[in-house]
Design a protein around this ligand. Structure first.
Ligand SMILES: [Zn+2]
Length: 111
């Protein structure tokens, strides 16, 4: 059980928003490879560009271990997945931005 104690600080460090370095909120979990769980961390810093978006995805293995985000060599496949998630998150942010602009603009319905 000491394993869980040693991974918790890792999780907290990993769940910080890469943009503003504030701790994010773990709002969603989806199944990952080999029985792991992907935690979707949302930024909760209102001043951050990535506020309310999944700014970070953390894989927690079935044994509770968390692969280091910097270790690209060993878990290549997984990080390709992360890249895709990043792209989708970025697309989501762009969509939200566009929606926000449309709302501000008078007669924003016409595009
Ligand atoms: Zn942030």
């Amino acid at each position: 059980m000491s394993n869980e104690d040693s991974t918790r600080p890792v999780f907290e460090t990993a769940s910080k928003c890469p943009k503003c370095s504030q701790p994010g909120e773990d709002r969603q979990q989806t199944p990952g490879v080999k029985g792991s769980t992907i935690h979707h961390i949302y930024c909760v810093n209102k001043n951050c560009k990535w506020y309310n978006t999944p700014c970070q995805l953390i894989q927690v293995n079935r044994d509770g271990s968390i692969p280091s985000p910097k270790d690209h060599s060993r878990e290549k496949k997984i990080y390709e997945g992360f890249d895709d998630h990043d792209r989708r998150a970025q697309e989501l942010i762009e969509t939200l931005k566009r929606n926000a602009q449309a709302e501000i603009r008078p007669g924003g319905a016409e595009i």
